[in-house]
Design a protein around this ligand. Sequence first.
Ligand code: CA
Length: 477
Amino acid sequence: MPMYQKLRIYIIGAVLLTLFFSGTTTRNAVPPEDAPPNIIIILVDDAGYADFGFMGSQDLQTPNLDKLASQAIKFTDAHVTASVCSPSRAGLLTGKYQQRFGYECNEGDGYPGMDTNQLLLPKILQDNGYATAAFGKWHLGYEPSQHPLKRGFQYYYGFLSGGRSYFYQPEKDDRKGSKNALLENYQQVSFDGYLTDVLAEKAVDYIRKNKKHPFFMYWAPNAVHTPMEASKDDLEKFADHPRKKLAAMTYSLDRAVGNIVDELKQQGLFDNTLIFFLSDNGGAHNNQSSNLPLKGFKGNKYEAGHRVPFLVSWPKSLKSNAVFNGLTSSLDIFATSLEAAGVTNRSAIGLDGISLISYLKNKTNQHPHQQLVWRKDKAAAIRSGKYKLIKVQGAGDRLYDLSKDPGETNDLVAKKPAVYSRLKRQFDLWEKDKISPLWTEGATWDTITLMIHDDLMHNRKVRVRNPEELKEFQLKK
Ligand code: CA
């Protein structure tokens, strides 16, 4: 056979093979090497620092999250900007300290909620060619102008409030017009089964429908926030578990994340999807969670309030199965996402967070932040290097060296006066361009928060954690 005929057969064969393989892959158009990644934020609710296998849990089962962690970078010193749900979400989605726009206390019906002049991450990604979707808990305002679809998301399946039942309740959470009701875009909808599973099914549908172009998904289930409700099957699996309800809820959360990740893998999208996994604040006192070895819990300025499990996965560009020890904030998710998406001119937005990408690629021993600050009305804290200052009006100040005292028990205010003064100065400087909170949570929570901090500062057992316990305490006096 002449050479040119052989060559023709090779070429035809190669073309046929290419056609065959492109026909069997699920993505019709093979993306170019520099295709922007899909971006997914998995923001879970009130999860304990120690309550995932990849965080060392011995009694809760999270096989899918552990697998994701093995394909991700695990952070050991990552923090959200608030120790309660709503302001933490406000910081994450704006990339700015929420105290810049007065959003430092928890939000509820009747509070102003998110300032609509603030630019949210989904809006910028949408303007840069991303399809955008939010699932689950919103908790950033109830006004029509604050609806996710008005804030940069093109699809929404979730509820506007801070918490609800995991089951459909036509007479309660799902009665007509309830703030807790499930919405698909603007439409109130019913659902079958367990909500965490449903939120994952909707996310899987979304991935299938949007696999041909880059998408941004904010997946924020209410798990494992109260009410402590799990499906019958999951409860049966943990029938003898000392933390039965939390174990069942965590297991279903893990299954849901597994379903989303499996779909990405099936569609050939996993390697070029940037996934952030974190909790919006520390484990709460009322959901059986464990934050060990950290001190405190949701709602206070000790580490368990704001240091959270945090994973970043992007196999195409970042390491797998690695650990990052640098001081990191949930504020960084915004800038990191924009850099991954190829959005330049980020400095114009005035972000407080920075992109983590160069840190994760090259500067693995460095700290993205020299300091982080927390403030919720009268309770504040600042972290600077290894030191942390907690200052609560009415309770006093405490200084800790986290490198020697991660459990925050040995106060150094008297022993390290220069450090104490420096951190106070840094905090005052930070406050200069922030505004007062636009709302607070009222006298009852003021008293509770003060008492909790006072007990923790004195290394005592916390006496009162909620309004019911406060009432009981006051009756006894
Ligand atoms: Ca929360």
